[in-house]
Write a protein that binds this ligand. Structure first.
Ligand code: ASP
Length: 588
């Protein structure tokens, strides 16, 4: 053992009297009488070192020179501590050092390497290697590794084969912009980085692999909303000869396995809900089921009484905030109204109805509605005395979305979201196509390879525009605590139907052939029925560990501008390189 006989988290009371050699980083050093104490840290823990002035003053002087984050190696004897530290696994012992070697000095780190650091985000990203020495960051990376390991274990046991697919490819449409890479050898041509390995995994099914998975980087050049990374990791999977049910069972099983093995949580069978139901009840295709607060649709009882705003609205929808009537003064209601009017939410106003504890009813729209009218609303919403109804109105889709946001906000304010609570949900039967008013064409709601539900195939072939809007896809999302953690579908495996889908999506025949001819061609050589799913791995890690941010589960994340602060990328390149890549004609 050149550098160590034990690591810094290893020594216990049983080791007392033994010789030990440890290597690691100096966390802190302090003096106390004639003694110098040093906390020595490595990935596994911290062990206390002690240097005694009386025993060896030269050695003690050497120890006093040590700065934070110096890398040292020590030899010594394990001793029982007189003053034990019960918060540390190694807290019963210390090493009485006989020999000290400095393996490398360190500059003073720009922030403290403690669980609570004094460093700001950008600084910590710049010195990511120092940040990763801190337990909270280190533990998350190790946690991620556990999930990856258990994922592989589960899938390989179920006969999945992990296959690597290429990174330099052609566009695979998942609805984002591509990152592109110029090809030096093919001037003027570009590779696209995969938004997902979608087409390759389908080709693997045609190649007969039967069950594929890959823990794989995907790249999407999107405007970076909070907590999105331009490169992220998926657990990407595909299976042959499967129905939707087979895929759901397999991956519900995987999710349960991960929760059981990694965090010791038994998940009950996952409920299922159609997309339509989710939108109707929660105004979201990823409802957070950690609390109830379903929508109440009030059109029947709220319209036609002379309140213009509601009369003209396509939808009047409310939620019931249990027990909140007494908690919201007029001022609080005004603040909440401002909250829903913020541009991020975009509601025009907010109507409340309080069913006070004394039985009286109070509402901002009381002059348009009698108590009898308002009681009907309260009854429809299942409100009891003490509850408060919050109502939004307007265009159906926008109102449902706004109220969905308000529901989440009320869930947070009312403290209905409990740490350690996990509520998975399968959302099924998404629309196949989405009509985009701006571009005047359909978009694939999932991606262009998703099959319509079996019973919708004939309608899809019929070509009637309105019928297209009603087509349902054999697609599914796994939602966990209000976040989409996986999505997938049964695929089209028939060339004619795939061509039809491209046509509906506005591809000309030539475009479809140029972009996806290889897949269409492969469909003609015995493509089996197949389907699959992909999990957002970074987000799964974050949610499983109860964190809201994915950034620390990624060893080297990018900031909100898509920059890697440590290596300072992206960066310009030399003129010669631009010329070589045919991105510039001559070098200046
Ligand atoms: N390729 C899809 C995605 O990245 C997942 C799938 O359909 O399997 O969302």
């Amino acid at each position: 053992m050149q550098y160590r006989t034990h690591h810094c988290g290893e020594l216990r009371i049983e080791n007392v009297g033994q010789e030990a050699r440890l290597s690691g980083w100096v966390q802190i050093s302090r003096e106390f009488g004639g003694l110098t104490f040093v906390d020595l840290r490595d990935r596994y823990g911290i062990t206390q070192l002690v240097f005694n002035q009386e025993d060896d003053s030269a050695l003690c002087d050497q120890a006093r020179e040590l700065g934070r984050e110096f890398v040292i190696m020590v030899d010594g004897i394990v001793r029982e501590r007189s003053n034990k530290n019960p918060n540390r696994d190694t807290g019963d012992v210390e090493i009485e050092v006989k020999k000290l070697s400095v393996l490398n000095a360190s500059k003073v780190p720009p922030f403290t390497i403690e669980d609570e650091s004094d460093g700001g985000d950008e600084l910590r990203m710049k010195y990511r290697y120092l940040d990763m020495r801190r337990n909270p960051v280190k533990d998350k990376i190790i946690f991620r590794n556990k999930i990856a390991f258990e994922t592989r274990k589960y899938l390989i046991e179920k006969s999945f084969t992990e296959v690597e697919t290429p990174i330099l490819i052609k566009s695979t449409p998942e609805g984002a912009r591509d990152f592109v890479v110029p090809s030096r050898m093919n001037p003027g041509q570009f590779y696209a980085l995969p938004q997902s390995p979608q087409t390759f995994k389908q080709i693997l099914m045609i190649a007969g692999f039967d069950r594929y998975f890959q823990i794989v980087k995907c790249f999407r050049d999107e405007d970076l909303r909070a907590d999105r990374q331009p490169e992220f990791t998926q657990i990407d999977c595909e299976m042959s000869f499967v129905s939707r049910e087979d895929v759901l069972q397999t991956f519900e099983g995987m999710t349960k396995h991960l929760f059981r093995e990694v965090i010791g949580q038994e998940l009950a069978d996952f409920p299922r809900m159609s997309y339509d139901q989710a939108m109707h009840d929660y105004g979201s295709d990823k409802p957070d089921l950690r609390f109830e607060m379903k929508f109440t649709h009030l059109n029947d009882v709220a319209k036609g009484k002379g309140f213009n705003v509601f009369d003209q609205a396509e939808a009047v929808i409310g939620i019931c905030a249990k027990g909140q009537a007494a908690n919201y003064s007029n001022k609080d209601i005004n603040k909440l109204t401002d909250w829903v009017k913020r541009p991020q939410i975009g509601a025009k106003g907010l109507v409340y109805v309080k069913h006070n504890l004394d039985g009286t009813i109070k509402s901002g729209v009381g002059k348009f509605y009698s108590d009898e009218d308002l009681k009907e609303w309260l009854t429809a919403a299942g409100a009891e005395q003490g509850d408060m109804l919050l109502v939004l109105s307007g265009d159906q889709e926008a109102t449902a979305k706004q109220l969905g946001e308000l529901r989440l906000e009320m869930g947070r304010r009312m403290d209905l979201i409990k740490a350690g609570d996990f509520k998975p949900l399968w959302v099924l039967d998404f629309p196949l196509l989405e009509w985009d008013e701006d571009s005047g064409r359909f978009h694939a709601m999932h991606h262009p390879f998703t099959a319509p539900k079996h019973e919708d195939i004939e309608r899809m072939k019929s070509g009637d525009h309105d019928a297209m809007k009603a087509l349902r896809a054999d697609a599914y999302d796994l939602v966990l605590n209000g976040a989409e953690i996986a999505g997938g579908s049964i695929r089209i495996h028939d060339r004619a139907l795939q061509e039809k889908n491209f046509e509906l999506l506005g591809f000309t025949e030539e475009e479809a052939l140029a972009q996806f001819g290889f897949l269409l061609g492969a469909f003609e050589y015995g493509a089996p029925p197949h389907g699959g799913i992909a999990f957002g791995f970074d987000r799964l890690c974050a949610i499983m560990s109860g964190s809201t941010s994915i950034r620390d589960f990624i060893a080297f994340p990018k900031n909100n501008m898509g920059r890697d602060m440590m290596i300072d990328a992206p960066a310009g390149i030399a003129d010669e390189q631009l010329v070589e890549l045919s991105l510039k004609v001559t070098s200046e």
